[in-house]
Ligand binder design. Structure first.
Ligand code: PLP
Length: 419
């Protein structure tokens, strides 16, 4: 029993939680396992296995190629659902296809082609690696300058740092709305406005924001965005990503992969590439129907919860991590490595400790799954749809026990394929 914040207080928060019942909508195979990695791979919704079984047996087994007239709409239909429930975009602005990396390439290339003789691309130096690598390749191929904006590992990119780098030579700015490591949340409206003043285009990566914080693509004046569906959206490992292109820009942008799904009158199968007039031009080839399908049952749960309530709970879960980490873990050399104010964070929190890699491994052995992010950070992502306050309490309690007895010392600290 911890006197400063006893466990029953967490139980009381759960008792008052309007989303508490939604935990039953997920497969919880092991009730002792505390899963704080919903920002890396969301849990399996309970309705998904039967949904997939029906799709495989009826859609594929019985329907065969006759199912395609339905399936071919799914990228757009599910995109519209995402737009309505999670992205604040209008119908016909979001489509689900390919991976986040590939969509980032497609939209970045499209924006650069449309940017005239501007020669500079800006990216947060601490952004997710795939974003930096994709841009590095595009910049090298086109002889452009890629400028890495210095940003604080814990606090994220400062707006004045971005403003200082914006000038008439900037073609494209790529930023994550929520930083994958610290969880730092950017003011999308302010960034979009600052970029627009100098005529630069912003491409948002929403991978760690979507399904955790309300995103208002239309209201914040966003032009382009991409993001994952297997994190807070619970679409399953490797579920296809989404891309967003503001309606007014669609006919002016061309992405570089000229596949048949992007062509006007696709089944006319005519000579030469002629891009579809609307969002379809950002598609490439046959969508992975089996991988798209889980997004429907996953979005059902999100729609029922409502993104505002998800956000409210996510803030409180994060606050609980910060409160308990300050009280229990500071004496053992931990430090909160995320913005302290819930307004400036997404739904995950990082804790810094020089032994974070071994601690995250030892913690997993103690039944708490978070993850490690270099350098020296334990990342905890309590997804609001299925994580209880008492889970956070128990996780921090186990972490404190581990710290007390230096339980990581017998755990190897060597490299592994996945962290
Ligand atoms: C998870 C993540 C990705 C992953 O991209 P994939 O192409 O799905 O591997 C990209 N960007 C950000 C910011 C992420 O958090």
């Amino acid at each position: 029993m911890r006197d400063d914040f006893p466990r029953h207080l967490a139980k009381e928060l759960d008792a008052a939680d309007p989303l508490a019942d939604l935990r039953d909508r997920f497969v919880i195979a092991d009730d002792d396992l505390i899963y704080l990695d919903g920002n890396s791979l969301g849990r399996l919704p309970a309705a998904t296995p039967a949904h997939l079984d029906r799709l495989v047996r009826q859609g594929w087994g019985d329907g065969l190629v006759r199912s395609w007239p339905t399936w071919i709409e799914w990228s757009r239909r599910i995109g519209d659902r995402l737009a309505a429930h999670a992205l604040g975009a209008r119908p016909g602005e979001v489509v689900v296809s390919d991976s986040t990396s590939v969509n980032l390439y497609k939209l970045a290339a499209a924006a650069l082609d449309a940017a005239g003789d501007r020669r500079t691309v800006l990216v947060d130096a601490e952004d997710f690696p795939t974003d930096r690598y994709v841009l590095e390749g595009l910049a090298a191929a086109r002889g452009l300058t890629l400028r890495l904006l210095p940003s604080d590992l814990d606090e994220g990119l400062r707006l004045d740092e971005l403003r200082a780098a914006l000038d008439g030579d900037v073609a494209l700015v790529v930023l994550s709305a929520v930083a994958y490591r610290s969880g730092a949340l950017l003011d999308m409206a302010a960034v979009n406005a600052a970029a627009r003043q100098v005529g630069a285009t912003v491409l948002w990566d929403l991978s760690h924001a979507v399904g955790a914080v309300p995103i208002e693509l239309a209201a914040t004046g966003a032009d382009l965005a991409v993001g994952c569906t297997y994190k807070y959206l619970n679409g399953g490992p490797g579920a296809p990503a989404f891309l967003y292109v503001r309606r007014e820009l669609q006919s002016r942008l061309r992405q570089p992969i000229q596949g048949w799904f992007g062509r006007r009158d696709q089944f006319g199968m005519g000579p030469g590439y002629d891009p579809a007039p609307d969002l379809d031009r950002f598609l490439v080839g046959t969508p992975s129907i089996l991988a798209l399908a889980p997004l429907d049952p996953a979005l059902d749960v999100l729609a029922e919860a409502g993104i505002e309530r998800v956000r409210a709970k996510g803030r409180r879960l994060g606050e609980l991590i910060v409160t308990l980490a300050d009280a229990w873990l500071t004496p053992y050399g931990f430090r909160v490595a995320s913005p302290r104010g819930a307004d400036r964070r997404g739904s995950h929190v990082c804790l810094h400790h020089p032994e974070a890699l071994r601690i995250s491994r030892a913690l997993a052995e103690a039944g708490v799954v978070g993850d490690y992010r270099a350098p020296d950070r334990l990342r905890l992502g309590p997804a609001p749809l299925y994580t209880r306050y008492v889970d956070v309490w128990d996780a921090l309690d186990r972490l404190r026990d581990l710290a007390e007895r230096r339980g990581w010392e017998r755990v190897p600290g060597g490299p592994s394929r996945v962290t």
